[in-house]
Design a protein. Sequence first.
Length: 256
Amino acid sequence: MTDGAIRPEERLAAVLARLILDPTAPPAHHIAVGAASPIPAAACWLVRKSGRSVRLSLLHKRSGNPFTEGTRELFDLTGQGRIDLFFLGGGQIDGEANINLIGTGAWPGGSAQGEVRFPGSFGSAFMYLMTPRTILFREEHSPRVLVPRVEHVSAPGVSAPGVFRRGTAQALVTGKGVFRFDAARARFTLDSAHPGEDAASLRAATGFEYDEPEALPATPDPTPDELALLRGPVCDEMLETYPDFCARVFNRRQAA
């Protein structure tokens, strides 16, 4: 059991769940979650445990995983138009929703002082273009992550006319706030600030330009029902696959 305080991870999971269920967005009947993404996974399970009929395909799930050949099957499903929503992050994300999973500095090349190598693009460009809805997610919110322009485009936020793509970013969720993305304008609008943040602190921590409302709303707390689901049935589903996350966030451990 956890104490009564709301954990940042619980808040982010609830935010992501509400974005998944956004009635103004195309419905998400089949949601996929990549490897090592416990907070998006928690959000998906929260949606499922809230009684919504959605299919979840979690690439990192240790048992009962529908993927017998891993990402190959995920890409096949996506190419067939059978995945409705996916989550992506980036070592860098810019104001046009481009993401960089390659690194900084010259490429290809060595590791000069100050240059960083990220994990790699893998299937991000394919998933970004072929999935109708993508939610960008990165806990760190700083000028080194949210940059004016990514140094390398692993996956573009928008495409030139005539380039086929099924969708683009719906939103960007960070540890400080929530941005909505307007693909027609290729621009973010700040939607809400998490507790302890305001318009000024978010502006100072963001390297790209964006729009914001005159009165910036606060990100809502998870409801008591959402917290009960996260700390109970959602954690039960995640305990085997994400034991360290469950121990740290929910103070729950697998039985010996």
